[in-house]
Design a protein around this ligand. Structure first.
Ligand SMILES: Nc1ncnc2c1ncn2[C@@H]1O[C@H](COP(=O)(O)OP(=O)(O)OP(=O)(O)O)[C@@H](O)[C@H]1O
Ligand SMILES: [Mg+2]
Length: 378
């Protein structure tokens, strides 16, 4: 099923503004209903209401896009040469943790090519017939964006192989031994796939993308630029000191940076004169329990459980998740990447391990064994 369709031309600013206002009101209402959900503040996953606000904050063109310098340069070459040749570019795979700009880049690809884009996702395509229906109605050069492409069902995935390579799908009519496959030509298109779990993509699918972009966490300096841009769009007065403060607590993730910005703005409006200063930002984030490294309750919980209950590990992901009363996926996708990146936790073949820095972060003395270099062939 198609979830939505947008055209390649930029949406009128007025429309975006209206959508933004509507979404913000909805968000405020939702927040009034559920006070104190602070622990979700630094989750890189977006909530339903948030997606509307996000679309208003999305950079629309490559030149507006901050960070991911190498990806930006490579994409710019691919897209420019495609435009010059008048042919659709290679299929593009965008891989990386949530909230780093995969959907944003997919939309930019369509905008730079000046073509319409269809949006769907792996879980939305339940049967291969759904995919055939989408593919057979694409017009030449169109971009189809399949989000969470690692969650495509097997038959749809196989149909996609053929479509990506030969611009053809086999529509199967009938069942059992009497079934026949009717080949159907489809217009050349560009597939943009996004995944948070590139490792789960089967090799034949991965290999059919001509270009794979691995998105990486952003540097604080890049996040500062993003935060200032968003503040401008949201009409928030923000000092440089506040932008810096937010940038270092956003876990390298633009989605979190934008979310922290909205929360400190709320605080500034209610408790001060609306201007977000460094002090206001620090006080507000203390209330929301986001520490100076951007660690929140879940992160600290993972680290605490690992160290206090399992002696620092190694312990398997599912055991750790059960001890926390969380889903294994939440621990794996939300907390761990950041803890690993901060050097507080390590993933080893035998399980999760707290590093010496992890122990010190909780104010504990790391065991002597952690100080030694790892044994060879361990
Ligand atoms: N480079 C960037 N510059 C400015 N804003 C950005 C940038 N990257 C992402 N954002 C903002 O961060 C938010 C999340 O980005 P996006 O939705 O593209 O992430 P995603 O990688 O698709 O996440 P998910 O895996 O959850 O789908 C958007 O509001 C977008 O505006
Ligand atoms: Mg996305």
């Amino acid at each position: 099923m198609i979830e939505g369709e947008i055209d390649g031309t930029d949406a009128a600013k007025r429309e975006a503004d209206a959508a933004l206002r509507g979404a913000e009101e909805a968000e405020l209402a939702a927040r009034r209903e559920s006070q104190g959900r602070g622990e979700e503040l630094v989750s890189p996953l977006a909530e339903a209401d948030e997606r509307v606000i996000e679309s208003a904050l999305r950079p629309k063109r490559l030149t507006e896009f901050t960070g991911q310098v190498r990806v930006r340069e490579q994409l710019s070459l691919i897209l420019q040469s495609a435009v010059r040749r008048g042919r659709p570019p290679d299929h593009v795979l965008l891989a990386g943790p949530p909230g780093l700009g995969k959907t944003t880049i997919a939309m930019i690809v369509a905008a730079e090519l000046g073509v319409p884009m269809r949006i769907t996702s792996g879980p939305a395509i339940e049967r291969s017939g759904d995919l055939a229906a989408v593919l057979s109605t694409l017009s030449e050069g169109e971009v189809i964006f399949i989000d969470e492409i690692h969650r495509l069902a097997r038959p749809a995935e196989e149909m996609l192989y053929l479509a990506m390579e030969d611009f053809r799908v086999d529509v199967v009519i009938g069942k059992g031994p009497g079934a026949t496959a009717i080949p159907l030509e489809i217009a050349p298109f560009t597939l943009v796939g996004a995944t948070t779990r590139a490792g789960l993509l089967p090799a034949p699918l991965r290999d059919r993308f001509g270009f794979t972009a691995y998105l990486d966490f952003y540097q604080p300096a890049e996040l500062e630029i993003i935060i200032r841009r968003s503040a401008g769009l949201l009409d928030v007065a923000l000092t440089d000191e506040a932008a810096l403060e937010l940038s270092t607590r956003s876990r390298g993730t633009p989605r979190i940076a934008n979310r922290l910005l909205r929360r400190v703005r709320d605080y500034a409006e209610v408790r001060a004169d609306g201007v977000v200063t460094g002090d206001i930002a620090r006080t507000a984030l203390e209330i929301y329990e986001v520490d100076e490294h951007g660690l929140d309750r879940l992160d600290r919980g993972v680290l605490e459980a690992l160290i206090r209950r399992f002696g620092g590990g190694p312990v398997g992901l599912s055991t750790l998740a059960v001890a926390l009363g969380e889903e294994a996926e939440t621990v794996e996708v939300v907390a761990e990447p950041f803890l690993v990146r901060c050097g507080l936790l390590a993933r080893t073949p035998r399980g999760r391990v707290a590093t010496a820095a992890g122990w010190t972060h909780l104010g504990l003395e790391p065991p002597a064994s952690l100080g030694e270099p790892p044994a060879l062939f361990d």
